[in-house]
Structure formats: C-alpha cells, structure tokens
Design a protein around this ligand. Structure first.
Ligand SMILES: Cc1cc2nc3c(=O)[nH]c(=O)nc-3n(C[C@H](O)[C@H](O)[C@H](O)COP(=O)(O)OP(=O)(O)OC[C@H]3O[C@@H](n4cnc5c(N)ncnc54)[C@H](O)[C@@H]3O)c2cc1C
Length: 256
C-alpha cells in the first residue's frame, strides 16, 4: 500500500501506466531504500491534482511534447506484489540508469533546437539591413554567429562521445553531467542570440523563439539542477587526481 505526493511528474496526465518509486526500507543503505512499482491507470489511489502552470509551452502543443507537469496524490494505493519492477531496493539504481539516457535525449533536443535557432538567426541577418548594410556584413554579428556555431559544435562532440561510451557499455556518468549542464546553457545562449538578432521580432510571438526561450529554461533544473551536477563533477575531478595524479579521466580524456 503506497502513500505520498509528487509534483512535477512530466507527462503524467497523458500516461496509461505510472512507475511509482517509493521508500520501502528506510533502514537500508541510502541507495537501496527505494523500490519501483508498476501502477496501471486510472486507479482510485492515484489522483492528478493539477497540471502545474509553468513558464514553458502550455496548451495543445504541450500535449504534442508529452503533456504538462502534474502534481499527484497517492493515497492508500494498493499494488499487487507482482507489480514490483526489478528487485526490492532497486528503485534508485533503476531511476539513475533511466535518467542517464534521458539526459542524453534532452541533449539531442537541445542541439536540434539550437541548430534551428542558429539557422533562423542567420536567415534573418542575411535579409535585414540597418544603417545601409546587411546585418550579415557586420563583423560584430559574425562574431555572434561564430560563438553560437562553436558551442553547438562542442555540444555535438560531447553527445557523440557519450553515445560512443553508451554503445561500448562504459561508465558515462561524469561526461553526462558535464554535457547536461553545458548543453542547457548552450541552447539558452543560442536561442537568446537568435532573439537578439531578430530585434523586436524575436521578442514577439510571431516566431517560435520566445516560446523556446522560456521552455528551455527548465533544462537547467530538470534531471538535477546545474549546481548538483557541478558539485558531482568537481568531486570526481578531485577523486581522479587523487587516484591517478591527473584529472584526465574526469575531463573526457579517455577519448584521446
Ligand atoms: C519542467 C520540469 C519538469 C520536471 N519533470 C520531472 C519529472 O518528470 N519527474 C521528476 O521526478 N522530477 C521532475 N522535475 C523536478 C526536477 O528534477 C527538480 O526540480 C530538480 O531536480 C531540482 O529539485 P527541486 O526543484 O526540489 O530544487 P531544490 O532541491 O529545492 O533546489 C533549489 C536550488 O538550490 C540549488 N541547490 C540544490 N542542491 C544544491 C547543492 N547540493 N549544492 C548547491 N546548490 C544546490 C540549485 O540551484 C537548485 O536549483 C521537473 C522539473 C521541471 C522544472
């Protein structure tokens, strides 16, 4: 019998099945206290209180993107023993495993969105003239495009490296955390630059840029906020140095 509350459960309002992670043994070691249960929906013990209004994309488009972010009440929810997913106490490890690939997927979305924003920015500056010259002829504008292209390229290489490690069954947690933080900032910067180069048009809702700008702000929070990932990354840098006398293994050095 499960009881509890959860908010910010993405896509819960369009789900037919929920995976509910619950603390089943508070006395077990920290990472073995949780188990995951398969809950078929609808279920009388499982209630969506509301979809939380956010600064992200709302309305019909949010459903195309997988629904909103729900607040859920779980009250005396009866789950048969055979609905335990994996073993007892495996919930945390399974969750972390899923999150690793989820972050990779977020990263791919971020690259795609940044690429589209850079294309839009470039199209705009090749059309628009101010003070007698095309924006694209101005070196200041070219520098802005160059910075975006550079970060987009770094982001692509990070994802390729992580995908390579995933394919080889290697530990990718450190690179995944580094990339998760970098890509969230990268996409924000590229979309912000595209808005800047569109001028007032970028601020309007006549292009998708404004919606993207607010939507992707969540990337610095979802699947762990920047600071928590940077905290982990920093500790791993120190551990690598202590173990090997170099930080290379904590800084993507194994690709070389
Ligand atoms: C759009 C969206 C969708 C989400 N979807 C889901 C979902 O589907 N499932 C799910 O389980 N969760 C989901 N979340 C929740 C998300 O994972 C959490 O918001 C995130 O992990 C941060 O936790 P918190 O909100 O409790 O912030 P807190 O833990 O309260 O942290 C607040 C801030 O404090 C700082 N901070 C926290 N810890 C440290 C530290 N150790 N060192 C330094 N600074 C620190 C960070 O700046 C952090 O942003 C979603 C969130 C958003 C915004």
């Amino acid at each position: 019998v499960l009881n509890g509350e959860k908010w910010f459960s993405s896509s819960a309002s369009v789900a037919d099945i929920a995976l509910v992670m619950a603390r089943t043994d508070p006395d077990a070691p920290r990472h073995q206290q949780f188990s995951t249960f398969i809950v078929e929906l609808p279920n009388p013990g499982y209630r969506i209180i509301r979809d939380i209004p956010t600064m992200g994309i709302e309305g019909p488009l949010s459903h195309i993107l997988g629904g909103g972010h729900s607040e859920i009440e779980i009250k005396d929810l009866k789950v048969p023993a055979e609905n335990l997913l994996g073993g007892e106490g495996q919930g945390f490890n399974m969750g972390q495993h899923r999150l690793a690939y989820g972050r990779l997927r977020h990263g791919m979305h971020n690259v795609a969105m940044a690429q589209r924003a850079l294309d839009m920015a470039t199209a705009r500056v090749t059309e628009r003239s101010t003070f007698g010259r095309k924006l694209s002829e101005r070196q200041g504008v070219q520098f802005m495009l160059a910075d975006c292209a550079s970060e987009l390229y770094m982001a692509r290489l990070m994802l390729l490296h992580i995908a390579y490690k995933a394919e080889k069954g290697m530990d990718l947690r450190q690179e995944n955390s580094i990339a998760k933080v970098f890509l969230a900032h990268m996409v924000h910067k590229v979309v912000d630059t595209a808005i800047q180069l569109h001028g007032a048009l970028g601020y309007s809702r006549d292009t998708p840029l404004a919606a993207w700008y607010t939507h992707i702000r969540a990337q610095r929070l979802v699947d762990g906020p920047d600071e928590v990932h940077r905290w982990t990354v920093g500790r791993n840098v120190i551990k690598a140095f202590e173990a090997h006398g170099t930080t290379a293994s904590a800084a993507g050095g194994d690709l070389l």
